[in-house]
Design a protein around this ligand. Structure first.
Ligand SMILES: Nc1ncnc2c1ncn2[C@@H]1O[C@H](COP(=O)(O)OP(=O)(O)OP(=O)(O)O)[C@@H](O)[C@H]1O
Length: 843
């Protein structure tokens, strides 16, 4: 394994080194966020303060931008607004920023699942009704067996079973969901909570795009934007088109924001004096967009405002916020030109959005048919590539390919979100090939053979798969090559391969790529010609575990390049950190849609709540049942850790099931061989860990079983996505213990149902118990340690150490170990498990 000359400074082991990096990355992320918040609040404070200083009006006239410094305050506000309010950035909003859609579409009596804007609204509803999501489950598994065996199928969320009181603490997410928005709590006004909630809905329902300025707003309480729903709607845009126009009207946002600080805003001239701009001009600016004028939507200064302003104005940023030079006003013609350009931009944005929306509606109305009517020969890609595509059976584009290809081929940076199994690989490989072909035309230096396109994948198997797909697409292009660079192979061999067979497209895993960058200067030189960088499974690559490596890699690549990010899941945090690699003007292509179900519609999703002690028996039972029903079965069983995977594999093999295993503890050659075998066969079961969760395209998987809670919602979606690919049907089962039900709160928007628990007869139970017995004790011990480490790292579970120890003991029973194996003192210390009852320490 490994093989490369990776050195770990300070004599650290690989794992210590990895952990240290993860910790540093976490700290860095926290620091960045904190810094950004502080900066933002400081800007706001300085604005308010400036407007209240003696002679502020004069000063404002003389020096309208009191921000000064490297970035002016208004420029910073504009930058933030740009980032958070551009079309498609809705998912960057925090839970407490309020609902995303207009209030009109969200009748409060409507069931949460049918609300278009999804989970956020559910939280508010829960808050309203004081209802809590179901917390089923009994404490004792023996009682449970009697109680649950013939339990009728109940849809989750309808409140089944009683909750296990001491496990209620796990429902932290639910608790967060009910916390009032921070700006709301901040409010100094009176009123009943429900009234204030109405007000907040009204505010965001009407002009959510303004709320980025809200933290500094000194007049929240009496602003007309805080009116009840009905009233606020009456001042909203008058028809559908106007609504969308108003949504994109960023100038208007800046203007309103500036007014909130007692200053005026001037489109596209953030640092300029706004004096002298006539109302007529302002009307011209806003009237054409169909949005109401500022005067119509913004209230006068409220009474409480001055008090709050005074309070805030005590914060001082001193001279560093003072603008030094006064800038010249733009001429009227320049203004008009700006405006015309802006209108054009807005029109384009709206058209793009309409096209994508229409495409998505078509996609959904076809019952999630994967393909569009657009053919590859209409996409502007090389005829030789089209020929290769046709040979491979690709004629029509899929939804994501149709949506992403034109933008990628334009050379723009793109972040693409599309469901699992919908053809994202081709959507980034085709632009990569085009980019290479273009670069080769202009490349004249034959001494070094540059790598023009680099694709990063989080796992080795995925990198191998993407390389294979690229090879298929390149088959008619003489002189264009693709290679993979993955861990688990010998570094020297990689080196020789790269030198003897230079490629233009490289598919790599981050760790091994970094080894080459850091240790081979000739390799870094080859990367200097890079034109295109792709991050497949981008959210994972930008996650804490990889981020440091990605940052280092990005630092060693040319800044003038195109970057494409692809994933089936794009959480908010990832949208934020994606700016590490994307340029500011990147496009976000979301073929899933905000509030839409993120999993393939044709995949039936169920969950089973079974005590830990019976998990292995239940997996065997489910597999047997599936094998009986499905002639060409092909099943993937996901386990939480590599060692639990190993345990499960040995047990199932002993039960005479046709089973294979892939996890990180296996040598790479073995992993690749098994992966290929599983891809090409049917009537096979693959037991695996999260190394197989993302991107891997195993055709015709009929069932995915997830044993225990996945680390997060995204993991659940990606694991499930191994079935129901290319628009086919499939089935997913999540097997959890009663205390793991907290996870269901993370996937409330997915169509998952509680399934009837199959009965396990005594004979089957005995058979499984016997197979558990034959597993080697060292594997059981390792599985226990790994299990403990896994759940300790999950915040919802790891918080209460004594409970964790208790649950781990129950896991021990399930793997046939009476007494929990002892931990090394150092490990226990690191995990915060020293002196915790139930945790044994090695002497
Ligand atoms: N235009 C097309 N025509 C026919 N088949 C296609 C087309 N595009 C992709 N496919 C096939 O669809 C399957 C899924 O593609 P791919 O692996 O790229 O999905 P994905 O969206 O990247 O999935 P994941 O999110 O799991 O990574 C593959 O078998 C691929 O060959």
């Amino acid at each position: 394994m490994g093989g490369g000359p990776r050195t770990f400074p300070g004599g650290l082991s690989k794992w210590q080194y990895k952990r240290m990096h993860e910790k540093l990355a976490r700290q860095k992320q926290r620091g960045l966020l904190r810094h950004e918040k502080q900066l933002y609040l400081a800007r706001l404070r300085s604005e308010i303060r400036a407007s209240h200083l003696p002679g502020a009006a004069d000063a404002a006239a003389a020096s309208p931008d009191l921000g000064g410094g490297p970035t002016s305050s208004r420029a910073h506000i504009r930058a933030l607004a740009d980032r958070f309010l551009r079309p498609g950035a809705e998912d960057l909003w925090n839970e407490d920023d309020g609902p995303l859609r207009r209030a009109k579409t969200l009748p409060r009596t409507q069931p949460a699942r049918s609300l278009p804007s999804g989970a956020r609204i559910v939280d508010w509803k829960q808050m309203d009704s004081g209802k809590k999501p179901s917390q089923g489950g009994s404490g004792d598994w023996k009682d449970w067996e009697e109680l649950h065996v013939e339990q009728p199928r109940v849809r989750r969320g309808t409140g089944v079973g009683g909750s296990e009181p001491r496990l209620a603490a796990f429902n932290t997410r639910r608790e967060y969901g009910t916390v009032a928005p921070w700006w709301w709590q901040w409010s100094s006004g009176s009123g009943t909570p429900s009234q204030r909630k109405e007000a907040s809905f009204g505010f965001f329902g009407l002009k959510r795009c303004y709320s980025v300025m809200h933290p500094c707003s000194p007049h929240r309480e009496s602003s007309p934007t805080l009116m009840p729903l009905g009233a606020s709607q009456s001042t909203g845009a008058r028809n559908g088109k106007e609504t969308s126009l108003a949504m994109f009207n960023q100038e208007r946002l800046y203007s309103v924001a500036a007014r909130r600080f007692g200053q005026k805003w001037r489109p596209d001239s953030s640092d300029e004096d706004d004096d002298g701009i006539s109302t007529a001009k302002r009307d011209l600016r806003f009237g054409k967009f169909g949005a109401p004028r500022e005067e119509e939507s913004e209230d006068d200064e409220p009474r409480e405002a001055s008090t709050i302003r005074r309070k805030w104005s005590t914060a001082a940023l001193r001279n560093c916020d003072m603008k030094k030079d006064r800038r010249a006003l733009k001429s009227y013609e320049e203004e008009s030109n700006d405006l015309t350009g802006r209108i054009q931009e807005l029109r384009e944005e709206i058209r793009n959005r309409e096209v994508l929306g229409a495409e998505r509606r078509r996609y959904e109305s076809r019952g999630e048919s994967l393909f569009t009517s657009k053919r590859f020969d209409e996409c502007g890609i090389s005829p030789l590539t089209v020929k290769a595509l046709t040979d491979a059976g690709y004629v029509q584009t899929t939804v994501v390919q149709e949506a992403a290809l034109p933008i990628c081929l334009e050379g723009k940076d793109v972040l693409v979100k599309a469901k699992t199994g919908t053809g994202k690989s081709a959507a980034f490989l085709l632009p990569a090939i085009e980019s290479v072909l273009n670069a080769m035309k202009s490349h004249t230096n034959h001494r070094v053979s540059p790598i023009f396109a680099l694709v990063l994948c989080p796992t080795r198997e995925l990198a191998v798969q993407v390389t294979a797909e690229a090879n298929v697409l390149l088959k008619n292009h003489q002189g264009v090559g693709v290679q993979s660079l993955i861990g688990g192979t010998r570094f020297k061999l990689d080196q020789r391969r790269l030198e003897s067979d230079p490629c233009q497209i490289l598919v790599a895993t981050p760790g091994r790529l970094l080894d080459h960058i850091e240790n081979r200067s000739s390799f870094s030189v080859r990367l200097m010609g890079l034109k295109l960088l792709v991050l497949d499974e981008a959210d994972h690559l930008l996650d804490l575990g990889f981020r440091k490596d990605i940052e280092k890699i990005a630092d060693s690549l040319p800044r003038q390049r195109q970057t494409l990010l692809f994933s089936a899941t794009v959480p908010k945090e990832v949208r934020r950190v994606s700016q590490l690699v994307l340029n500011r003007d990147h496009v976000f292509v979301d073929t899933v849609g905000l509030g839409a179900v993120e999993t393939p519609i044709k995949v039936q999703q169920q969950y089973l709540v079974v005590p830990h002690e019976l998990h292995f028996h239940m997996v065997h039972r489910l597999l047997r049942e599936h094998i009986d029903q499905e002639v060409n079965y092909k099943v993937i069983v996901f386990c939480s850790t590599a060692m639990v995977t190993e345990f499960m594999y040995i047990m199932l093999r002993d039960l005479k099931l046709n089973v294979r295993e892939i996890h990180s503890r296996k040598p790479q050659l073995y992993r690749t061989r098994i992966s290929e075998e599983f891809r090409d066969s049917s009537r096979l079961i693959l037991v695996t860990s999260d190394v197989s969760a993302r991107g891997l395209n195993y055709p015709d998987v009929t069932l995915v079983i997830q044993v225990g809670v996945p680390p997060g919602r995204e993991h659940y979606i990606h694991r499930l996505g191994r079935t129901g690919r290319e628009g086919k049907s499939g089935k997913g089962i999540l097997l959890i213990a009663p205390w793991e039900e907290y996870f269901l709160n993370e996937i409330t928007d997915l169509p998952i149902e509680k399934a009837q628990v199959p009965h396990i007869d005594q004979e089957t139970k005995q058979k499984v118990d016997d197979s558990i017995k034959i597993v080697d004790m060292s594997i059981k011990e390792a599985a226990y340690h790994a299990w403990l480490g896994y759940y300790n790292s999950i915040a919802d579970v790891g918080r209460d150490k004594s409970m964790l120890a208790d649950l781990a003991s129950r896991f021990c029973v399930s793997i046939g170990v009476e007494k929990p194996p002892a931990l090394y003192r150092k490990t226990a210390l690191k995990m915060g498990l020293k002196d915790v009852p139930g945790i044994r320490i090695r002497k």
